[in-house]
Ligand binder design. Structure first.
Ligand code: PMV
Length: 357
C-alpha cells in the first residue's frame, strides 16, 4: 500500500494591527489590512500530519484527538479543495508523478495550548494544515512568493492563518479583487532575525473557550457598529506608521500603535449591538500595570518599555525588549499572584504561588 504523509508545525501570530471585519464572508476578505508578529515555534504551535492513500474512504481530521468530517466543514473543505486543485495542475505538468490528488486524506492536528481561548489557535491550525498539504502535494515552497500564494488558501480556512505562514513581522494585504480574492495575501515585512530583541509574554487570564466567536463577532460589528466605519478608514495609516517603526526598530512608536490598535479594536467590539466584551477585569488591570510602567519611564525622560495587546479573548500579550522582561514578569507576579507554583523563566526557580483572593 502506497502511503504519503507530511508533518509540519506552525506557530501562532499575535496582531499589532487587528483584522476585524469581512467584506466577503465566503472568501474571507478583510475590511482592513492587518499586521502581526509570529511567535517562536517553541511555545505555542499546531503540529499537523496530512496523510493520503488510495484506500481511504473519507476525508477526516482529528483535532486534538476529536474526529471531524472534513466534507461537512465548509472552511476545512474549501482549504482542502483549493490545495487539491493545485496538485491536479502539478500532476498535469509532471505526468509521471503519482495521481494522489484524487485520494482522500486523513489529517491529525494537535495544539500544545488551549484551543479557542483567544490564543489564535485557528491561525496556527489552518497555517499548519495548508503547509502540510503543500508538502504532501509537492507544491513549490522555496520562494517567499510561493508562501504568499499558499497564504491565499490558508486565509480561506481562517483569515489570520495566512499570517502564520511567515515568521517575524507579517502584513496581510487586504487586496482589491473582490471577485476571487487573488490579491488578499500575506507578505513578510521583516523576518524573525531582524529584531530579535523584541520578546512576547503571554498572560493566560482564562483558558475558557471564548463567548463570542470571531466570525460571529465580526459579522455583528460590521452590521451594527458606527465606530467600525471610522476604524476601517483610518487603520491603514496606523499600519503604514507601524511598518516604519518596525523597520527603524523604534519600539516606542511600535508600542504606542500596538496599544492604540488593541484599544480601538475592543472599543469597536463594545460599540457592537449587543456589545461584546472580550476583556475582563484582570485584562484591564494588566493594561493598568503596563500603562503605569510606561508612565514612570516617560516621566523619567525615557520611552515606552512595554506594549499590551488583546485578541478576541481576555488573555494579554505583552511585547517588550528582552532586557525589560525580567522586570515585567516580576510586576505581573507581584500584582497577579499565581495560583500554582510558577517557574520563573529568568530566575529558573519555582516561586510558591498564592491563591488570587
Ligand atoms: O482569523 P480569525 O477569524 O480567528 O480572527 C482573528 C481576529 C483577531 O485575532 C482578533 C485579530 C487578528 O488580526 O488576529
Amino acid at each position: 500500500m502506497f502511503v504519503k504523509q507530511a508533518t509540519v508545525s506552525a506557530p501562532v501570530n499575535i496582531a499589532c494591527i487587528k483584522y476585524w471585519g469581512k467584506r466577503n464572508e465566503s472568501l474571507i476578505l478583510p475590511t482592513n489590512p492587518s499586521l502581526s508578529v509570529t511567535l517562536s515555534q517553541d511555545h505555542l504551535c499546531s503540529t499537523t500530519t496530512s496523510r493520503t492513500c488510495a484506500e481511504y474512504e473519507e476525508n477526516l481530521l482529528w483535532l486534538n484527538g476529536k474526529e471531524v468530517k472534513i466534507d461537512n466543514d465548509k472552511r476545512l473543505n474549501t482549504c482542502l479543495q483549493a490545495m487539491r486543485k493545485q496538485r491536479e495542475r502539478y500532476e498535469a505538468k509532471y505526468p509521471n508523478e503519482p495521481k494522489i490528488s484524487k485520494w482522500k486524506v486523513h489529517i491529525c492536528s494537535e495544539n500544545n495550548f488551549p484551543t479557542a481561548a483567544g490564543l489564535a489557535s485557528s491561525a496556527s491550525g489552518f497555517a499548519a494544515l495548508a503547509y502540510s498539504l503543500a508538502h504532501l502535494y509537492d507544491l513549490p515552497l522555496s520562494d517567499p512568493a510561493d508562501i504568499s500564494d499558499l497564504s491565499l488558501n490558508a486565509r480561506q480556512g481562517s483569515g489570520s492563518a495566512c499570517r502564520s505562514l511567515f515568521g517575524g513581522f507579517v502584513e496581510w494585504q487586504m487586496g482589491r479583487d473582490d471577485l476571487l480574492g487573488s490579491d488578499s495575501r500575506a507578505v513578510q515585512v521583516a523576518d524573525h532575525t531582524f529584531w530579535p530583541e523584541i520578546h512576547a509574554l503571554i498572560c493566560i487570564v482564562s483558558d475558557d473557550k471564548k463567548g463570542t466567536s470571531s466570525t460571529a463577532g465580526m459579522q455583528r460589528t460590521v452590521e451594527t457598529s458606527a465606530l467600525f466605519q471610522y476604524r476601517i478608514q483610518h487603520v491603514e495609516e496606523q499600519l503604514v506608521d507601524i511598518k516604519q517603526a518596525i523597520l527603524k526598530k523604534d519600539f516606542d512608536t511600535f508600542a504606542k500603535i500596538t496599544m492604540q490598535d488593541s484599544n480601538q479594536f475592543h472599543a469597536v467590539a463594545l460599540d457592537t449591538d449587543p456589545p461584546i466584551f472580550y476583556m475582563n477585569d484582570v485584562s484591564r488591570a494588566i493594561i493598568g500595570v503596563v500603562t503605569e510602567y510606561n508612565r514612570v519611564s516617560i516621566a523619567a525622560g525615557g520611552k515606552r518599555k512595554a506594549a499590551y495587546t488583546f485578541d478576541a479573548g481576555p488573555n494579554a500579550v505583552i511585547y517588550a525588549p528582552g532586557e525589560n522582561m525580567k522586570e515585567i514578569i516580576g510586576m505581573i507576579i507581584q500584582y497577579f499572584p499565581q495560583p500554582e507554583p510558577f517557574k520563573d523563566p529568568f530566575l529558573n526557580e519555582v516561586i510558591e504561588g498564592t491563591l488570587v483572593p
